[in-house]
Write a protein that binds this ligand. Structure first.
Ligand code: ZN
Length: 383
């Protein structure tokens, strides 16, 4: 098998694994598996991440939609995170919100690494929109193991990690309260040590020194991120990146913020990745419709990976250094912005996402470019 195909097959496995695992979460409910569950519509997360201590301290203000009066609300959270308190927020126009603590039950999963199921008793639940504040903290420390068969680490080799070498927390980590299949928007204010930068889905807002009343540690910087496109999972990374931003306009007139977040040693590669990103977007927007997000970022990872997330791709340092800008590489990740990250796939019903993405990036790029020899080669490789 040619090297190009091997590189492509790994991120595809990762993407499928994330969706499978996310969809597979489920704990048998006493009131029957078919009873309608609450859905989370918005997360407003304030978090501090302390890499040296592997710790996360967070508050998530959840906007939920409860389908039924007096039916318990259940959500999942990582087993290493401890809930400090849960409060019900009652808001009415012109009045300060009323915040009351509510009791909750915690059910451990069958294995030590299984997520905890947290439930809010039925008597506190009213049908319709509800706001809950969940305060929690704990350790996320699962250093990525070397991949055994693939050149990339798949989610099975880390459930998420906070450490001095980097931060990677995803839906696999269960680092925020979640209800399966909820499509949510997010507002995040995430504090990390000065010199570190947080990257996640959506659009970055203001960064400022973290005020004393928000951060327990000195010398931290807090950054806002806003995710307006509903998503079923949120991945967040942080490291000592050098960021390069280009506010760019596509040939169709669409404005997109292109950026790279690279380690200082590789920061000189920013221009090459930004130029290639612009080239692919200009080719695929006329074909697939407006680009679905406000930004696209190429982000360097502290472990080997080739992951495509909504509005960014997370690429291991090794492949970043090897100029991963080819159609089957960066082009493929950009096509996933439409196919897989905007139109979702249920992997158990067939992985059409990889088929279509591979066709459009690995092969059709050469058709678009009029490179008949390359197109023919790619056709031969796919058979
Ligand atoms: Zn893929």
């Amino acid at each position: 098998m040619p090297i190009g195909s091997r590189i492509v097959s790994s991120p595809c496995l990762c993407l499928v694994a994330v969706l499978l695992s996310h969809g597979a979460f489920g704990i048998a409910h006493a009131d029957g598996p078919s009873s309608p569950q609450a859905a989370i519509r918005h997360h407003d997360i304030v978090a501090q991440i302390v890499p040296e201590q592997h710790t996360l301290i967070a508050k998530d203000r959840l906007t939920l939609e409860a389908p039924q009066q007096k039916a318990p609300i259940r959500f999942s959270l990582a087993p290493t995170l401890q809930i400090d308190r849960i409060a019900l927020v009652q808001e009415s126009v012109g009045v300060e919100p009323q915040i009351h603590d509510v009791p909750f039950e915690l059910k451990r999963g069958s294995a030590p690494e299984s997520v905890h199921e947290v439930s809010i008793p039925a008597q506190f639940v009213t049908a319709g929109s509800m706001t809950l504040e969940v305060h929690y903290h704990g350790v996320i420390n699962d250093p990525p193991r070397d991949p055994r068969h693939l050149r990339f680490v798949t989610p099975s080799e880390t459930a998420g990690h906070i450490g001095p070498e980097g931060v990677y927390i995803s839906s696999e980590t269960s680092w925020y309260p979640d209800v399966p299949e909820s499509l949510s928007t997010f507002t995040l204010h995430v504090a990390v040590p000065t010199g570190w930068t947080v990257v996640t889905q959506g659009k970055a807002g203001e960064s400022r020194p973290c005020p004393r009343e928000l951060c327990r540690h000195d010398d931290m910087v807090i950054t806002e991120w806003v995710v307006t496109e509903p998503s079923e999972a949120l991945t967040l990374v942080a490291n000592t990146f050098v960021s390069t931003v280009r506010d760019w306009t596509a040939q169709t007139g669409q404005k997109i913020r292109l950026s790279t977040y690279l380690f200082p040693d590789d920061a000189h590669l920013a221009g090459e990745y930004l130029d290639a990103t612009a080239r692919y977007l200009d080719a695929y927007i006329p074909l697939l419709g407006p680009y679905p997000f406000e930004k696209f970022a190429v982000v360097e990872n502290f472990f080997a990976s080739g992951l495509g997330m909504p509005s960014f791709t997370l690429l291991g340092s090794g492949i970043i250094k090897r100029h991963y800008v080819q159609p089957y590489a960066l082009g493929h990740e950009i096509v996933h912005s439409w196919i897989g990250n905007d139109v979702f796939n249920r992997a158990e019903r067939g992985n059409w996402v990889e088929g279509l993405t591979t066709y459009l990036a690995n092969y059709y790029w050469h058709e678009l470019a009029g490179d008949r020899a390359q197109a023919q080669d790619q056709r031969r490789l796919m058979v």
